[in-house]
Design a binder for this molecule. Sequence first.
Ligand SMILES: NC(=O)c1ccc[n+]([C@@H]2O[C@H](COP(=O)([O-])OP(=O)(O)OC[C@H]3O[C@@H](n4cnc5c(N)ncnc54)[C@H](OP(=O)(O)O)[C@@H]3O)[C@@H](O)[C@H]2O)c1
Length: 286
Amino acid sequence: MHTRRIGDIAVGAIGLGGMPMSIEGRPDEQRSVATIHAALDAGATLIDTADAYHLYANDVGHNESLIARAVATYGGDTSDVLIATKGGHLRPGDGSWTRNGSPEYLKSACEASLKRLGVEAIGLYQFHRPDPAVPYADSVGAIRDLLDAGKIRMAGISNADPEQIVLANEILGGRLVSVQNQYSPAFRSSEPELALCAELGIAFLPWSPLGGISNAGALGSRFAVFAEVAGEHGVSPQQVCLAWMLAKAPGVIPIPGSSRPETIRDSVAAADLQLSAEHLARLDQP
Ligand SMILES: NC(=O)c1ccc[n+]([C@@H]2O[C@H](COP(=O)([O-])OP(=O)(O)OC[C@H]3O[C@@H](n4cnc5c(N)ncnc54)[C@H](OP(=O)(O)O)[C@@H]3O)[C@@H](O)[C@H]2O)c1
């Protein structure tokens, strides 16, 4: 698979999103490990996770621990694998998602993630979601402190608007390497952030790129043009969707979620799918 850059690191152009392996509907550990190993076999080297990808109040960090175990038990070379995690979201165990962007909390969450991942420094740490109760600059200031202390190698943000991207990059002294926002055929309103990241040379990681766990399988029936182009290429509509995103800018690195080896293998193949200008223009139509 061809690579793209996050800061000074090259990663496979399609990453793996870990969330479906740890929240509602998650599979057993054996299937999850097989999925992560299939992603690595196929050349994916970016794995996206978060401390909040868990189900119960007592299994915080389920996804981080799972990924750490799967990478440790992989037979091949994993020295180029970048595990990107996040802090700032919480799941109290009743199905809801809450936020805490206070500097003290983010620093303690990072320490817990370091332990679960079993590393001295987290490869990429992302502030998960702005907390309206805490000034954004304070939350990002904690991420800067973690970077300065060597607890994290690279810093990213998620669910940020253009103003927050500029502010975060300023607070981080120009060291913001990635922005992770929702972006899919159904959700295109992150295009200003995508364009800003392209201009600033910051990686843009579309989350729920296939429309989210419950809609991903129906992408082709929800968006006929993706099914039409897929039919012309003899590939899945999901592959067309990811190839369309890759064509948006050289810094775009989609992170499709997966809980089965078959789906991540199919998604990774999008890195080799070249779409014509005519096809891209058709897919661009909302
Ligand atoms: N920063 C944030 O706030 C935020 C929010 C949400 C998600 N995320 C991140 O973004 C990642 C992706 O988002 P997501 O998991 O919500 O949604 P998604 O990637 O749009 O959809 C995930 C679902 O797509 C299916 N799928 C994957 N590849 C496929 C293919 N080639 N053909 C058919 N189906 C396919 C998978 O099915 P199977 O399960 O059957 O394999 C999976 O359950 C997450 O895993 C997480 O890491 C971040």
